[in-house]
Design a protein around this ligand. Structure first.
Ligand code: NAI
Length: 338
């Protein structure tokens, strides 16, 4: 039972309808892995988002404490906690958006692919639950390796007959957030005014910042291009090494996840011109999945933008990215089909 849910515990003293009156109009969002390093700041920021009316926190450990804590924030969203596999279906039923930061993070010396087996299994189980309980929800996948976990999710949904490629999105927003920050530092600009498209995928050389398409238009020396590309591709490892064994990016990731989730919700609401980078089923290259700018709307991904003109350096980067991505995608597909 969910007896740790404050709503249930104290409902005897609530006046009739006071919950219904207090609840803000908006979307129902579930966060799977809500008690983790990303999960906790992510649920805090989502509790502050006025587009969210109901927030479900699911994890296999520690959800009671996180739920009690977050539920005291005096913002609109009603918070409910769910603990363990037997409560997964209740956590997912009726959700409009499901965000998945469940899984293990990297330690120094590990690649994202080293997480494949454990996180692949977690994402598979969670997506089976989504197929059953909220097959029309938008799904934001954060669990690494994103290059493979998104194909895993797609295969699970295909198997269940619920696959809608417009609704399954790998979150690469942290790469964009980092790119904006590092480019702004080099230019001496405000990062809020910089927009760097980052395409490809979310690991090492598959992270391809298109510095020739930065807005506002600017130019870089070859030395700046190499410094920036390298720093953006290795931003995650920079954090893993600084944390020295205690995990990977959590705070900047939670920020990026909320920025992305908010864009998805504004799209669902019907706002025009919501454009962000994401790793999705795509025909932009010969690969079945690729990250580019996409337009988000009521049905999820409503338009996928082409890569635009690339310079020689970017074209070489694209070839490297595609080679690695092809293997990561195939590995994800085989994981479910085997
Ligand atoms: P963490 O270990 O601090 O938290 C993970 C949470 O997932 C824990 O609370 C754990 O109990 C929970 N969990 C484990 N198995 C579960 C299951 N079957 N169902 C539900 N919850 C489950 O890890 P952290 O730092 O929050 O990272 C989570 C994931 O996000 C990792 O895979 C990491 O590599 C990835 N990540 C992705 C980024 C991106 O840009 N897409 C950036 C940073 C991290």
């Amino acid at each position: 039972t969910n007896d740790f849910q404050n709503m249930g515990k104290y409902s005897g003293v609530f006046r009739a309808n006071c919950l219904a009156k207090g609840a803000s109009p908006g979307f129902k969002v579930a966060i799977l892995g809500a008690a983790g390093g990303i999960g906790q700041p992510l649920v805090m920021l989502m509790k502050m988002n006025p587009l969210v009316s109901v927030l479900h926190l699911y994890d296999v450990v520690n959800t009671p404490g996180v739920t009690a804590d977050i539920s005291h924030m005096d913002t609109g969203a009603v918070v409910r906690g769910f603990l363990g596999q037997q409560q997964l279906e209740d956590a997912l039923t009726g959700m409009d958006l499901v965000i998945i930061p469940a899984g293990v993070p990297r330690k120094p010396g590990m690649t994202r692919d080293d997480l494949f087996n454990i996180n692949g299994g977690i994402v598979k189980t969670l997506c089976e639950g989504i197929s059953k309980c909220c097959p029309n929800a938008i799904v934001n996948i954060i669990s690494n390796p994103v290059n493979s976990t998104v194909p895993i999710a797609a295969e699970v949904f295909k198997k269940a007959g619920t696959y809608n490629p417009k609704r399954v999105l790998g979150v690469t927003m942290l790469d964009v957030v980092r790119a904006n920050t590092f480019v702004a530092e080099v230019l001496g600009h405000d990062p809020r005014e910089i927009d760097v498209p980052v395409v490809g995928g979310h690991a090492g050389v598959t992270i391809l910042p298109l510095l020739s398409q930065v807005k506002p238009p600017c130019s870089f020396t070859q030395q700046e291009i190499e410094y920036l590309t390298n720093r953006i591709q290795n931003g995650g490892t920079e954090v893993v090494e600084a944390k020295a064994g205690s995990g990977s990016a959590t705070l900047s990731m939670a920020y990026a996840a909320v920025k992305f989730a908010d864009a998805c919700l504004r799209g669902l609401r019907g706002d025009a011109n919501i454009i962000e980078c994401a790793y999705v089923a795509s025909e932009v290259t010969e690969l079945p999945f690729f990250a580019t700018k996409v337009r988000l709307g009521r049905s999820g991904v409503e338009e996928i933008f082409s890569l635009g003109p690339l310079n020689v350096y970017e074209r070489a980067g694209l070839e490297k990215a595609k080679k690695e991505l092809a293997g990561s995608i195939q590995k994800g597909v085989s994981f479910v089909r085997k």
